[in-house]
Design a binder for this molecule. Structure first.
Ligand SMILES: Cc1cc2nc3c(=O)[nH]c(=O)nc-3n(C[C@H](O)[C@H](O)[C@H](O)COP(=O)(O)O)c2cc1C
Length: 212
């Protein structure tokens, strides 16, 4: 029974383009995986802490040597990693914020990259046999021919960090020009339907020629 883990990070909820696109992906994935299960990790509602000294102590000392502070700090990381290990496909939705991913998603990724748990001591990714789709909603245009394409650090960062933990099978859906929705030039529903083919390809695992 395949499990889809959906990690949403936009703080805009109903207005969010990335959330509307992940929801459409989930519908398509369910249609092709009728026996599948979906787990939703909603980052703005998850209270994910930043890495601090207690967390670092917990991450880099054996469990048997943990202080009360280490155990408390590392618990959420253990829980998030268990959730991730249980997933066959990981769907990430993120806004572009200042040319990168959302800060909440960065905080989440900092929790799930763990030496000896998701990355081996010899820097080999330990999360095997998983695939992922990342949907990045951007106000501007960062497509391959756009003049500012190289300013998009979100795509390369996600490919790097997910590959580091072993998730190298990554499809990136770069959902650009969302400002057209805010400007009233198109509707959210219309925008989402324009991405139907890309989302179907990603949800059904077909190869795509998407810009990343
Ligand atoms: C704080 C902030 C920073 C942003 N930075 C960028 C940016 O660097 N490049 C860009 O094209 N759009 C930027 N935007 C626009 C968002 O990427 C756009 O609204 C996108 O649809 C957000 O995703 P969401 O609708 O899922 O929240 C920014 C928006 C906010 C609120």
């Amino acid at each position: 029974m395949p499990n889809l883990l959906v990690v949403d990070s936009s703080p805009r909820f109903e207005q969010s383009v990335s959330r509307a696109l992940t929801a459409s992906f989930v519908d398509k994935w369910k249609a092709t995986h009728p026996d599948g299960t979906v787990t939703h990790r909603d980052l703005p509602r998850s209270n994910i802490p930043f890495v601090d000294t207690a967390w670092i102590g917990g991450a880099f000392t054996p469990y048997e040597d943990h202080s009360t502070e280490h155990s408390a700090a590392i618990r959420i990381s253990d829980d998030l990693i268990a959730e991730l290990k249980n997933a066959d496909h990981i769907l990430i939705g993120t806004p572009m914020h200042n040319f990168s991913i959302s800060a909440l998603l960065k905080a989440y990724l900092d929790q799930i990259v763990r030496s000896g748990v998701t990355v081996s001591q010899s820097y080999e990714g330990m999360l095997k046999n998983k695939s992922a789709t990342a949907i990045i909603a951007t106000g501007g245009d960062f497509g391959p021919d756009a003049p500012y394409a190289s300013a998009n650090t979100a795509s390369s960062y996600l490919r790097q960090v997910l590959g580091f933990v072993g998730i190298t099978d990554l499809t990136i859906v770069l959902a650009g020009k969302t400002l057209a929705i805010d400007a009233g030039k198109t509707s959210l529903a219309e925008y989402v339907s324009e991405h139907d083919a890309e989302l179907s390809n990603a949800a059904t695992g077909r190869s795509t020629l998407l810009a990343a």
